[in-house]
Write a protein that binds this ligand. Sequence first.
Ligand code: AMP
Ligand code: MN
Ligand code: MN
Ligand code: MN
Length: 292
Amino acid sequence: MNAPLNADLHCHSVVSDGTLSPEELAQRAKAHGVTLWSLTDHDEIGGQARAAAAAAACGLDYLTGVEISVTFLHQTVHIVGLGFDASDASLAEGLQQTRGGRAQRATEMAADLARVGIPGTFEGALTYAGNPNLISRTHFARFLVETGVCKDTYEVFRKYLTEGKPGFVEHRWASLKDAVRWITQAGGMAVIAHPARYKFSANEELALFTEFKGHGGQGVEVVTGSHSIAESANYAAMALEFGLAASRGSDFHSPGESRTELGALPDLPAQLTPVWQLLAERIQRAPTPARV
Ligand code: AMP
Ligand code: MN
Ligand code: MN
Ligand code: MN
């Protein structure tokens, strides 16, 4: 049996829709007891070099990371990639393509919100986007909170920006096959992110897991900030059934917003294979302090 490891393999920086820098996240992860960390910005690996350097500087082991937006059966699914070579050209090109439609989508979201009497949200959201190529619904949500339209970002996503609500614009992201291929061909492992968040029927979910495996996907998030204890137990069983390794990550975005702190998660159930066991060779080990 493996000793539990405080691994946090899912979080976001200002390079996507988080509010902290990669350096601030590394320090915060360290302060909360994390020993193996990964920064997994949405569709973007521009923060990887800084994250790896910051991890080394504060004594954290590091795995490269990304969270790719995928469209599967008309829903958005997130696929986390871990331990890939961040200089891989096809991965970079695939991510650039995936980011491509965000500005246009944001313009359409703003037009839709203006129709229900909320003007100026494109410009407003943009002031929150640390990376103008990665304007996301989270940036709109922060603007709607700041301007008093909603009391917090949870209320925003309840009333706006989600399917059937004002400000929702359907978008076509990467295919499941491409996302898994970009990650695995770059030497990394593809992991289904927060599976309980999707609104699939049992058959559709089966199709997701089956196709994901068929494309070479190897892992699933079992313990995440998005799962209840019961949901974790359910996806632990799914991991065993499908022969997938299990991942653990907070999905931390911001001190003011996120309900789950970096590293503050239950351990993975003992019978599962942790993703970091299969990725041992890909871990960038923190330099051990010199002995005196
Ligand atoms: P986007 O990639 O622009 O579609 O934005 C997706 C991001 O919005 C997610 O990564 C979350 O950070 C946030 N988000 C999406 N849905 C919700 C929700 N229901 N509650 C809170 N945050 C959400
Ligand atoms: Mn996000
Ligand atoms: Mn996600
Ligand atoms: Mn995430």
